[in-house]
Design a protein around this ligand. Structure first.
Ligand code: GLN
Length: 198
């Protein structure tokens, strides 16, 4: 499986390290030809407005949007969650997402004073172990469509969600050294989805 990490802005390197420990051989992608060659994609944390704008500058916005719509498995953390959302609340004027995931997210939802916090939360992948979650100016999910399952929540606000092929978290597992969420993406989301297409 060829997994790309969108390398326009954000914590690309951290996602690459996490993916390597999951046994895949990730590649940083930013050019159209590179995106053509991947089977699955990770959208890193960073600044969703900047990543969306740069994707237009690099001429890959439509390509990424279309590949997601065509069923490419994608995992987005934080800004990546915003980029996957069909609808964004508190968006910057004119802000675009790639979309594909039937959720409404609110940017910077946890409030400006408490920009960042850490919390041990349950993640519904069948394990009772908590995940140490780091939230940095994080969004939360305000509405999920029928095709979307909530995997984790903080104060009843969903912070990890998935549809068949798309996974998104408000938090940053790439920053903690716990690779469970990346492993979940590779083994439970991307691999089954790609095997179905074969
Ligand atoms: N607040 C950022 C945004 O709107 C996301 C922050 C993050 O990825 N840590 O894109």
């Amino acid at each position: 499986m060829k997994v790309g990490v969108l390398a326009l802005q954000g914590d690309v390197r951290e996602h690459i390290s996490s993916l390597i420990t999951c046994g895949v051989n990730p590649v940083a992608v930013r050019r159209s030809i590179e995106i053509d060659q991947i089977d699955a994609l990770v959208l890193p944390g960073g600044e969703s407005t900047t990543i969306a704008q740069l994707s237009e500058v690099f001429g890959i916005y439509n390509q990424i949007r279309d590949r997601i719509a065509d069923g490419m498995p994608v995992y987005g953390s934080c800004a990546g969650m915003i980029l996957l959302a069909n609808e964004i609340l508190d968006a910057k004027e004119g802000q675009k997402s790639f979309g594909g995931l039937d959720i409404t997210v609110r940017r910077n939802a946890f409030g400006r004073q408490v920009d960042s916090f850490e919390s041990d939360i349950a993640f519904n992948d069948g394990s009772a172990d908590l995940v140490h979650a780091v939230f940095i100016r994080a969004p939360w999910v305000e509405h999920v469509g029928e095709s979307v399952h909530v995997l984790a929540a903080v104060d009843k606000h969903p912070v990890a969600v998935r549809s068949e092929r798309l996974l998104a978290t408000s938090f940053h597992p790439e920053l903690t050294g716990d690779h469970r969420i990346h492993r979940y993406f590779i083994e439970e989301v991307a691999r089954p989805a790609l095997e179905k297409v074969k």
